[in-house]
Design a binder for this molecule. Structure first.
Ligand code: TXA
Ligand code: MG
Length: 321
């Protein structure tokens, strides 16, 4: 049985007991466990069906707590001051006395750290008092959850509890920035636009688009091409739609689809990010029920959160390994 919790103190008590607790953040729901408890961390990988080479992000109540586990240079401190709490994850070298289980970081000498901008998450993290390892609370390779109902669909019965914080405000995961190797490299576009990061620390290396990128490397082992995958095939950059397709619209919808979900009628990138994963889930479920051929996604051009949306759609459209 998976309990639905309202009180972050109950969630913290379960974490202390070594249990898995899904909790809301501003981006998506995370599947949390005590990052210093090897057995609890192992259970995250088991519950998600996640490969052990894919490292987890550690969540902290504030930057001081995060920087007690990793080596933060002046750029990391400037970014933390500007964006934390918020949807930015920094990959930094582990300190020699870092308390986080090596398995949480997939054995790497770096650790991804972040401070989420969500009152319930922060209250839970403060009460717990240590690092909380948390990937998105979906089964590996599937669409990330932005509501307690999504988490229940994905992991109900496999985890102790879900802390109920309603719908997530941002809707796409955090931006992952690698500062460990000297330069600054964007590993995953996300909730903080890369332009805003560059305004603080200068130029950031951009990844290749997912379909052109090489296989995951040791530096970014988790960037699997096929991810966020709905069961129905997804077609990108649709400029027309067939009667046996579901439509993911951005702006005035193309005519003729069997069913339509709107990301943002006014083509607002933030509204579209908030709606993305829920819309994909609904089209997938309803499309399968109606026996549709697939989902057609209209182009989502521009900057801001649009690159993160395009990244998730490209991975959702990628052929499964
Ligand atoms: O918004 C988010 O970041 C959400 C919420 C729950 O905080 N979490 C999340 O976690 O999206 P996950 O596990 O689904 O994605 C984490 C990404 C993966 O692509 C992983 O490979 C990468 O961050 N990552 C984690 N640690 C890393 C490290 N040490 N070096 C390089 N990449 C790392
Ligand atoms: Mg994920």
């Amino acid at each position: 049985m998976t309990a639905l919790l309202r009180d972050p103190l109950d969630a913290a008590a379960l974490l202390r007991a070594g249990a898995l607790v899904a909790f809301p953040t501003e981006t998506v729901y995370g599947l949390g466990a005590d990052a210093c408890n090897g057995r609890a961390v192992a259970e995250i990988f088991a519950a998600k069906g996640r490969p052990h080479f894919n490292p987890l992000i550690c969540h902290f109540a504030d930057a001081d707590a995060a920087f007690a586990q990793v080596r933060a240079d002046a750029r990391a401190r400037a970014l933390a001051a500007r964006f934390w709490p918020g949807p930015l994850t920094l990959v930094l070298p582990r300190l020699a006395d870092c308390r986080v289980e090596l398995l949480a970081g997939a054995g790497l000498d770096t650790l991804a750290v972040r401070v989420p901008a969500h009152d319930l998450a922060l209250a839970m993290l403060r009460a717990f008092g240590g690092p909380v390892a948390a990937p998105s609370a979906n089964r590996s390779g599937r669409v990330s959850p932005t509501s307690p109902a999504h988490v229940m669909e994905e992991l109900g019965g496999r985890i102790a509890a879900i802390l109920d914080g309603g719908e997530c405000a941002v809707g796409v995961e955090s931006t992952v920035l690698d500062l460990a190797a000297g330069g600054a490299a964007l590993l995953r576009p996300g909730g903080v636009p890369v332009e805003e990061i560059e305004a603080v620390i200068g130029p950031v290396g951009r990844p290749l688009p997912p379909e052109a990128a090489p296989a995951p490397t040791l530096r970014s082992p988790g960037l699997l091409l096929s991810h966020y995958a709905p069961a129905l095939p997804l077609r990108l950059e649709a400029r027309e739609v067939a009667a046996d397709e579901a439509l993911l619209a951005f702006g005035p919808p193309l005519p003729g689809a069997a069913i339509t979900e709107q990301l943002s009628l006014s083509r607002d990138d933030r509204e579209a990010a908030r709606n993305l994963f829920g819309a994909l889930r609904r089209l997938d479920a309803e499309g399968q029920r109606l026996g549709l051929r697939g989902i057609a996604a209209m182009p989502v051009p521009g900057g801001g959160l649009a690159p993160a949306i395009r990244d998730r759609l490209a991975r959702a459209a990628a052929p499964r390994a």
